[in-house]
Structures are given as structure tokens and as C-alpha cells.
Design a binder for this molecule. Sequence first.
Ligand code: SF4
Length: 456
Amino acid sequence: MKESCGIFGIYSPDDEVARTIFFALFALQHRGQESSGIASTNGKKIYIHTGMGLVPQVFDERSLQSLPGHIGIGHNRYSTTGASRKENAQPVVVGNISLGHNGNIINASTLREELKQRGHDFSTSTDSEVIAALVSSSKGATLAEKIGNAMGRLKGAYSLVILTPDCLIGVRDPLGVRPLCLGKVDHGFVIASESCALDHIGASFWREVDPGEIVMINENGLNSFRPLELKREAICVFEYIYFARPDSVIGGRLLYDVRERMGRRLTHEYPVKADMVIGIPDSATVAGVGYSEESGIPLSLGLVKNRYVGRTFIEPDQRIRDLGVKLKFNPLPHLLRGKKVVVVDDSIVRGTTTPHVVSLLRQAGAKEIHLRISSPPIRYPCFFGVDMATQWELIASQKEVADICSLVGADSLGYLSLPGLIESVGLPSSDLCLACLTGEYPIPVQLPLHKLALSS
Ligand code: SF4
């Protein structure tokens, strides 16, 4: 399961900001590893540098020096719409605005056709260029009005950073599906997908950008606009379960605390007698801590993760590919041999990785493996910026829990219940997007034919 993107923006009149953006993108690397980019301005012109790969693969001293100015935006991409290639790296530039986007626009193809007919010549296949072109061509006496009118046409999830030669803008869609927060630096402001990026650059967390809000930062300070009438919120619950870092705050909740509660709750929903608890690193580590603390079963680091297996351009050869997840995880036999192990993971999507992990632990000598998942079964696809799988590929849409348990080779399997999840997050279910768990989408979506067949 892959998140779509991480975005960042800074307005700091006394500084050259490219280096700060680099380090903020570094902190947001978990949200996208395919490509990265920075756009900056010195008030006259927009400069841009983008490339494929991780942040330190895309930028060096020379490229950062080619990005002058006191206002800038940055973007880490994982592609959900548009292929993974350099032309689709963001930020995109349309006219005198540059834009970085996290999310997915579900009516992008209709808008693209409409904009093409109005003469826009697209240079990428991304929905982010559709947003930028829509903003540029929307009616309005001010940029805020243009953005507000564009928001009235966009359907889906979008957190945006927008750069003009004299202004930094942050936008969050009316449902607030993807996170976006505001921070302060000495004489300016920053905008980031997650608050963890603020900590790494010495900015202080101020507040979250509200669903449906536009924040505009320029020489007059920060102004807020709320152009749309809001119906409901729908923060992606998987930000709490998996995507965002545990040191980030979303919806006023520190994610570490939320994940710890998920683990604690799992202990009560699926108790088991065991010798150790392992949280699959890194995303389920905290839920593992919660399970261990509540059950009294000691936490173990019996599975070590190679943290530097990110996206590389070197494909493993067949021999290495046959080793499966061994590139990523290494079990410690002297800890595992003869032990009954509770393994806490955050999700099972296709069910292709979990059997490898279970088998690694068995090969290392584990006697029993009890799998506990800190999310309910994922049965429906996501249309809001998360690349999960088609519905046919989602194992829980095809199989019962007992069948999944035997398929992955575990001795027992328990998923966190939906009420358990909602209670752990601590927000009303009406403020959350739970669509991939319940099939109830916060806005109407065009479901694939096989979903219709399953529902009928
Ligand atoms: S469908 Fe699932 S992954 Fe997608 S936004 Fe909603 S909760 Fe998040």
C-alpha cells in the first residue's frame, strides 16, 4: 500500500529557503519515493528542479544553489494518477503558478478534456497539472477567488501547496482527506503534509489547515479563506493506521498515542498466551508496543528491518528476487527459536507479503505465530490517493478471515474491529474516511464493474 505524496511550502522573507525545503522533504520521504522536486522564487521568476528517486538522489549542492529565493514549495511523489516518469515529477508549473499535490482527483479526466478543449496543452499525465490548469483558467478577480472557484469543480482528495512569484498558498479539500498543517519560523510560515517535517527544520507547529480552507501567505501576513460550504469531514483513517509518521499530529491526535491504543485494544479483542510480541517495523512497531504493554507479554525486536531498502533503480536479479522479503527483513533465530510469537502488523492488502514474513519467522524457529492486525480487513479500493490494489486483488474482499489465516500460514489471525479502530483514533466516525473498510465512500465514486457485480 503506497501513499501518494508529501508536500511542503515555506515563506521566509529573510532566508534562502531551498536548503530548508530539502530537509523537510527528507522528513516526508515516507510519503513518496518515486520522484522529488522543489520550486522556488525570488519574487521575479519561478525556478524549478525535479528528478526521479529519493530526495538525496535528486538534489545536491549544485541543484540547491540553482533554486534561489525566499518562497518555495517541495514535493515527494508516489504516482497514483500518471505514470512514474520524470515529466510527471512535481511541483508542476502552469503559467506563473507552481503546484504540488497530495491526493487524487476523481473527476480529473473530465476536467482534463474540458481544459484541453479550452486550449490547455498538457505536458504531464497527472491530475496535479489538471488542478494547476483549472486554477489558472478559473474565473476570479483574485487568486483566492480563482482557487475557490476551482475547488468548486474538483472532486476527490487534494492537499496543495501553490507558489506564485510573491505568495505561498496552502489548500485542503473540503473533506480534509489528506493532512496539511501550518507552522511558524522566525519571520515566516511553513506548510507541510505532516507536523514531523516542522520538527526537523526547527519550525513550531501552529495549527492544521482546516478542511476546505485556503491559507495565503505574502507580505501582508497570513490570510484565510473558506470559499465552500462544508458538508462533512473525511480524514483518511489509514493516515492514523499506517501512512503518517508516529511523531506527527493529525486531527489533534499524536499518531504514536493512536497506534498504541490500537495495539492495546487488539489485546482485548484477540488475547493469546505467547512468549513475545513483535511489531512489524516500522509502521506497526508502536501498535506492537501497545499490545505488549496491555498484555504484559514482552516486546521483542526479533525481526530486523533493513531501513535503506527504499526505491532504487537497480532491480534485483532472479536469485535475489526469489529470496522475497529477505531483502527487507532479517529474523533473529536465537530470540525466536521455540517461542510462541504475537506478530502485530498494520494491514494485509493483497496477502502476498504476509506469508513471506510468517515463513521467515518459522524458518527462524518460531513455534507458534499469532497474527494481529491493527486495522479491520480492507475490502474496497481507495479512490482518494492511496495505491492499494483493485478489489479483486484485496484478499479480504475475496476470503474469510479463517481462510486468510491458513493462506498466510499463521496459527491464529485477528483484525482490529471497526469500533475498536474508531475508539482508538478518538474522532467520530462521521469525521473519518473508512471507505476501504466499509465501502461507504464520503462522496459518490464510479465503482469498477467487478465491485458492482459483488454488491448486487
Ligand atoms: S478509502 Fe481508505 S485509504 Fe482511501 S482515503 Fe479512505 S480510508 Fe484512506
